[in-house]
Design a protein around this ligand. Sequence first.
Ligand SMILES: Nc1nc2c(ncn2[C@@H]2O[C@H](COP(=O)(O)OP(=O)(O)O)[C@@H](O)[C@H]2O)c(=O)[nH]1
Ligand SMILES: *[C@@H]1O[C@H](CO)[C@@H](O)[C@H](O)[C@H]1NC(C)=O
Ligand SMILES: *[C@@H]1O[C@H](CO)[C@@H](O)[C@H](O)[C@H]1NC(C)=O
Ligand SMILES: [Mg+2]
Length: 384
Amino acid sequence: MAISARYTRYLVVAVMGLTFFYFITRSSFQLPSAASLPRPKPSYEDFKSQKPQNTGVNSTERVNATFVTLARNSDIWEIAKSIRTVEDRFNRNFNYDWVFLNDQEFDEDFKKLTTSLASGTTHYGKIPTEHWSYPSWIDQNKAREVREDMGRRKIIYGDSESYRHMCRYESGFFFRHPLMMNYEYYWRVEPSVELFCDVPTDPFLFMKQNNKKYSFVISLYEYIDTIPTLWDSTKKFLQAHPEHIADNNAVDFVSDDGGETYNKCHFWSNFEIGSLEWLRSPAYIDYFSSLDQDGGFFYERWGDAPVHSIAAATMLKRDEIHFFNEIAYYHVPFTHCPSSEQTRLDLRCHCKPQENFDWKDYSCTSRWFSVNNLQKPDGWDKKD
Ligand SMILES: Nc1nc2c(ncn2[C@@H]2O[C@H](COP(=O)(O)OP(=O)(O)O)[C@@H](O)[C@H]2O)c(=O)[nH]1
Ligand SMILES: *[C@@H]1O[C@H](CO)[C@@H](O)[C@H](O)[C@H]1NC(C)=O
Ligand SMILES: *[C@@H]1O[C@H](CO)[C@@H](O)[C@H](O)[C@H]1NC(C)=O
Ligand SMILES: [Mg+2]
């Protein structure tokens, strides 16, 4: 049949062509070898030993400093975002270490992912039980009743036991974890935060060279229901220990009446760059121990933000506290975005200036500028 003869010819040509094609390209069509078959998941230990070491381009004037993150294993994807933003905007050029702390053991997945994202050396620590449990003098029934009551009153985290251990830990213990004893400065990073501007110069070096001990980017008023007696405890402590009160302190940031009452202003401690040696000093440790004895971490819901802030405002000189205007930052629900357009362009910021919280009514940053005679940007008091 004519048709089948024509098809046979096509078939012969096609087979010859494919054979030729096979011989010239067969080196690239290898059957899967044992080496390319799916391998078991790499363990954290194997992965860590194979990770290439970074050497920071700006490592000459390295400060003895680390990032520090308190997190649960379930925070893995939220902390991944934070590490990425910190690395992209700053640490890829500096490769500072990163310490992760947890009240439970970190799992392999958490360690692998965070080590792969961080450019510096990572360390993982378990918090000793004594630092994440009730001190002997706390009445746990009373603490439970408080939680139930605050839960009914819909106070934020009011019913949470773990949040109280967290706040107490961040107030009094993270800086003396054995892993943190290796450093002089820390930068605290929480899950799901964002940096909006390049950080081209090293904030740790700035802290060290300018003798700064504590820094912030956002400040605001605390919910009074979480700290009704914190100021009474503070006054009792400072009266008993006048030697810890700093000359030229910033008490006017936290009190409108010379220390009689607390105005609820505090630095928002989910961002902090600070001196570990200050937190490990007798002044700070005595203050924390005194607060801990009074029991307000459990009988109220004292946050580490007002505790750090009141300590800084009373026991540091005012010029040892720094406002990092150039570090643009977001933690739900507030943003710090530099007011100056020139700064935003120079630092390649991508924050919306309208979202800057600094000059809004609920922020205390305007007060910080006033009590320190700092120049506020033009138009800071325009309402929009
Ligand atoms: N290991 C551990 N970390 C916690 C726990 N609760 C909170 N954290 C961490 O403590 C920090 C503050 O908690 P977060 O939920 O962000 O509180 P918020 O910012 O006040 O809403 C974050 O870094 C959390 O990952 C906990 O029970 N265990
Ligand atoms: C290194 O630091 C210098 C000054 O501290 C800065 O001008 C430069 O841009 C930095 N280099 C990188 C790659 O970030
Ligand atoms: C870093 O600081 C810690 C705590 O002060 C100190 O023990 C350690 O020796 C310092 N390391 C370096 C390299 O200076
Ligand atoms: Mg948070």
